[in-house]
Ligand binder design. Structure first.
Ligand code: HEM
Length: 391
């Protein structure tokens, strides 16, 4: 029985992952430890029985905390993906699973299937780990994504703060520096995956488990790494007002798969003036030499854009190999988009990095070395002020 109130999730930006991992509300630990063997044997009858068992458990157990609800969705979800991998549409095979999916989605204010959070951060470690294959490469990929979530979540908190700051503010550059620091985990993650996960393993063994499933007539994508909200960081940094149609569509669609507070983040910032625009407009408005704070803001934003470009350059390397014609089983990524979109995102990232680099270099040339100017009173200065005005 599922009894909890979704309204408590609106404000939460991060959850107690250890408390979620510890939960086994459907008494599924033992049965899910056999999942890799069932998948290897393509045992669709066994998978159907396992899903029926989980539905029965959902009725009999008391799912009265968010931790239990996330864990229940995690455990049902991995069986949905397994069935779909073997060509069985799970809700058609086990119609009684549809209501618990809808109820768990509603109770947690998320989509009615598992997401990347369920599959990675909210998944136990060690012997209780839920996985489709049990292969070390799958575990490695899960762990790489687990490592990025705390930093990505912090990136959104930092972005919230930055969105209220003027680029003339002494705090702007070091705060962008924090965003840079937290963004480094994305680069580390893709490096570790490139080193340890073969594109052929991803393409031919793992990717089929991330196919979409139909719930209440809607298609919901599997727990893809593409749901990691780097696109929300982009939104504040450049994409709110410098994006193009394809990436915008991908962003809007991906937001549905994220946490309620991150969907609220999107609503808060989708019409913002981006940081790149703020800094370039502030530089345009300069009548004399730009002040030191503004120059430092432009420089740190350039460094951040370079980091985003580095992640995307390395990421597209492995994505191209995994979706090469001779290897790939699908034309689209598990997040619903082709590698061609990654190319476009990389091009947009490069364009904005190039713009910032030009502007930062120009500003440095036009500026005599100055000590930082303290201009953070009240946390805000209006854009468009003549540079050097700050006191
Ligand atoms: C074998 C490894 C990987 C492959 C083949 C791969 C492939 C792809 C593809 C094809 C896309 C386009 C959207 C879609 O999925 O439909 C994508 C998007 C994305 N992936 Fe990956 N990916 C891999 C690993 C990772 C990892 C480890 C991370 C992060 C920790 C990651 C983060 C992202 C993000 C944030 C996007 C959204 C687009 C962007 O921000 O550039 N991916 N990936």
């Amino acid at each position: 029985m599922i009894s909890l109130d979704a309204s408590c999730f609106h404000e939460k930006c991060y959850f107690n992952v250890e408390a979620i991992r510890a939960q086994d509300p459907l008494n599924a630990d033992l049965r899910l430890s056999s999942l890799p063997a069932m998948n290897a044997a393509k045992d669709t009858d066994g998978l159907v029985r396992l899903l029926q068992y989980l539905v029965q458990q959902t009725r009999e157990s008391h799912i009265d905390t968010s931790e239990k609800a996330f864990a229940a969705m995690r455990d049902i979800g991995i069986v949905l993906g397994s069935l779909k991998r073997h060509g069985v549409e799970p809700v058609q095979a086990v119609p009684e699973v549809e209501q618990p999916l809808v109820d768990l989605g509603a109770a947690t204010n998320m989509i009615p299937r598992d997401t990347v959070h369920h599959y990675t951060s909210w998944n136990p470690v060690g012997a209780r780990r839920r996985s489709y294959t049990g292969e070390p490469q799958e575990i490695w990929l899960q762990d790489a994504v687990v490592r990025v979530f705390p930093s990505l979540s912090a990136s959104l908190a930092i972005s919230d703060v930055l969105s209220t700051m003027s680029p003339h503010d002494v705090r702007f550059a070091p705060t962008v520096g924090m965003l840079h620091e937290s963004g480094r985990t994305m680069v580390d993650a893709i490096d570790s995956v490139t080193e340890r996960v073969s594109p052929v393993f991803f393409a031919q063994v793992l990717r089929p488990y991330f196919e979409d499933v139909v719930v209440r007539g809607e298609r919901y994508l599997g727990p893809a790494a593409a749901q990691a909200p780097l696109w929300l960081v982009d939104l504040c940094v450049w994409a709110s007002d410098r994006n193009q149609a394809d990436y915008k569509t991908f962003l809007v669609e991906s937001v549905h798969y994220s946490l309620p507070s991150w969907r609220a983040f999107y609503q808060r910032h989708c019409h913002d003036v981006s940081l790149v625009t703020k800094v370039t407009e502030a530089l345009d408005a300069c009548t004399g030499e730009p002040d030191g704070n503004l120059v430092r803001s432009a420089t740190s934003l350039t460094e951040l854009m370079t980091l985003l470009k580095v992640f995307r350059g390395r990421h597209i390397g492995i994505a191209r190999k995994a979706y090469a014609e001779e290897v790939a089983l699908y034309a689209h990524g598990s997040g619903g988009a082709p590698v061609a979109l990654l190319r476009k995102i990389l091009d947009l990232t490069r364009e904005n990095e190039h713009l910032m680099r030009e502007r930062a270099n120009g500003a440095r040339r036009g500026q005599a070395t100055q000590a930082p100017t303290v201009t953070h009173e009240g946390g805000r200065r209006e854009e468009g002020v003549a540079c050097g005005e700050a006191a």
